[in-house]
Design a protein around this ligand. Sequence first.
Ligand SMILES: *Cc1c(COP(=O)(O)O)cnc(C)c1O
Length: 393
Amino acid sequence: MKYTVNDQGYYGDFGGAYIPEMLYPNIEELRQQYLNITEDAGFKAEFEQLLKDYVGRPSPLYHAKRLSEKYGANIFLKREDLNHTGSHKINNAIGQILLAERLGKKRIIAETGAGQHGVATATVCALRGIECVVYMGEVDMERQAPNVARMKMLGAQVVPATSGSKTLKDATNEAMRDWINNPEDTHYIIGSVVGPYPYPEMVARFQSIISLEAKKQLQEHTGKQLPDYVLACVGGGSNAMGMFYHFLDDEEVKLVAVEAAGKGVDSGHSAATSVLGKEGILHGSRTILMQTDDGQVVEPYSISAGLDYPGIGPQHAHLHKVQRAQYVSITDDEALNAGLLLSQLEGIIPAIESAHAFAHLEKMQFRKEDNVIVCLSGRGDKDLSTYIKHFNF
Ligand SMILES: *Cc1c(COP(=O)(O)O)cnc(C)c1O
């Protein structure tokens, strides 16, 4: 387990917990308890039951024949788009709500940018009858009105963050402030492999069900457990970490992480952290992030809200630095075209986030016997208006 976290909470040079002193008790409680709780047989049984009956797992590993023909390799899609609520985010939300219950918490907080993580959190809170408060930038609330409505319908309170740029980082600050003020009864559900240790590790473990299933399923399809390539898109990096997890120590499996180049890496409108980023502290961990020379976080840009993030999780920063995974980037236009292609070759409309991973297939060279797994992290229903605007349907 060369690439996992050490007992100080670091992946090589990255990770740790850089937090205000007032958050220390909350983080320390989590750090001490999360492994005992999540490794317990009763926890595992309940987690697996809900993943099966509520989320609809295992998600299929689908052999995409027409896509395979186009690219000259055997391409398999890991169908996280078929999960309840439409993406991989629910896997982590279920894990964390069960953890919160066992920690004796009575109230959940979360922050959300595009609203996808907010919806997953509101969903699991409804499922368990737990109070839910979601912080969201005021600007994002306007841009993502349907997800605000979903959260409200699910019984969550959505609180606008009205400071700064009124977007994700301001919502994060509000959620942190809430947690500091309510350390006893509240659990903060973070939605990706980011934040102070132990969050990146905890979220990666909950999402690792993706590669656990995929390994078995590939064996059934091909007689081999190991693919030649695994691809996934990276915002904070949780679907990619889940998709890579059980292949990390199989060094012959090539891992490809696809970031959003936005309008182009040199355009000033991009979220390609591995190209543009430098080492620093973001959201409580040491990682790679987009920042100015004097350390201000640069506002990222991508057409896909889920990839519009100025950093990557610390484990990705490590995999990038030691070159265990290859980090590449795809522009808005390339992603939208790949979304259209997948729709018309396979009858599957992907989330624009996931379409970034598919767009990279175009730039790869395969042998016809290569087995390739692409993580289809979410469905495209939420992105229909963006596709319509771009293609003039
Ligand atoms: C949120 C989201 C992402 C990006 O988040 P990661 O933590 O990088 O996985 C990717 N795809 C979909 C469908 C999402 O909703």
